[in-house]
Write a protein that binds this ligand. Structure first.
Ligand SMILES: [Ca+2]
Ligand SMILES: [Ca+2]
Ligand SMILES: [Ca+2]
Ligand SMILES: [Ca+2]
Length: 234
């Protein structure tokens, strides 16, 4: 685990160097490691010099640009992107970033955290932290503690190798007949927001979930121009 973190940090520093270096070759290709960054910046304009471009405001003092932090350190009037080399729509982590909030491996599109409306990459049993949550192979499918348990009842394996529902941590897998969904352990045969399966929300054309089906009263859902109220379409 520690080696994996070290690898990610190392990769991050490389990504930082590649993503942020917009001024061409300057000795950054001499091997990995943060120590290489020192000499690179020796030639930077001294703080307080007037080497920066004019017109960016009296207070702008050129400094080393940090990509992706929504700040303009080098006074060119914009932030510098850290890039999205693998084009998975999540920008690469920068040195010092929380690796669970950015692309912890910008060379692999099958490694990314949830971002905006995008779900994270599914955790595969491959020795890699696919969803950038800081844990490797924590999916229930990768866990011997989950063997023999209906996969619908749990989605993660704890560090103690115990099967668990991540939305109700610590209680173990959901009870028999319940399903581990984003809202916790639910009965998908009757849960209005998870009717039939997780995240399957019934609409206004229904008022209940019965037998895993959205229903209006004891009948089927209403047509799309009417709503279901108290068991009747109207
Ligand atoms: Ca990316
Ligand atoms: Ca990625
Ligand atoms: Ca993970
Ligand atoms: Ca994995």
């Amino acid at each position: 685990m520690r080696d994996a973190i070290r690898f990610v940090l190392s990769a991050t520093l490389v990504a930082f160097a590649v993503g942020c270096d917009g001024d061409g070759g300057d000795g950054m290709d001499g091997g990995g490691g943060g120590m290489d960054a020192g000499p690179r910046f020796d030639g930077s304009p001294p703080i307080g010099s007037d080497a920066g471009p004019p017109g960016t405001g009296d207070a702008c003092v050129p400094q080393i640009e940090i990509c992706g932090d929504r700040m303009d350190q080098n006074c060119d009037g914009r932030d510098t992107s850290c890039g999205d080399t693998d084009m998975d729509q999540v920008e690469a982590c920068r040195a010092g970033d929380d690796l669970t909030m950015c692309d912890c491996d910008d060379s692999r599109a099958d490694v990314r955290p949830p971002f905006g409306g995008l779900p994270g990459a599914p955790e595969l049993c491959d020795g890699v932290d696919n969803d950038c949550n800081g844990r490797i192979d924590e999916a229930a499918e990768c866990c011997s503690g989950c063997s023999g348990i209906d996969p619908l009842r749990a989605d993660v394996c704890t560090e103690a190798n115990e099967c668990d529902c991540s939305t109700e941590p610590g209680i173990g897998p959901c009870a028999e007949g319940m399903t581990c969904c984003a809202s916790g352990c639910v009965d998908t045969t009757s849960d209005f927001a998870n009717c039939g399966f997780c995240n399957s929300q019934c609409t206004d054309q229904a008022d209940r979930c019965t037998g895993s089906m959205c229903m209006c009263g004891t009948g089927p859902v209403c047509d799309f121009i009417t709503q279901c109220n108290a068991g009747s379409c109207g």
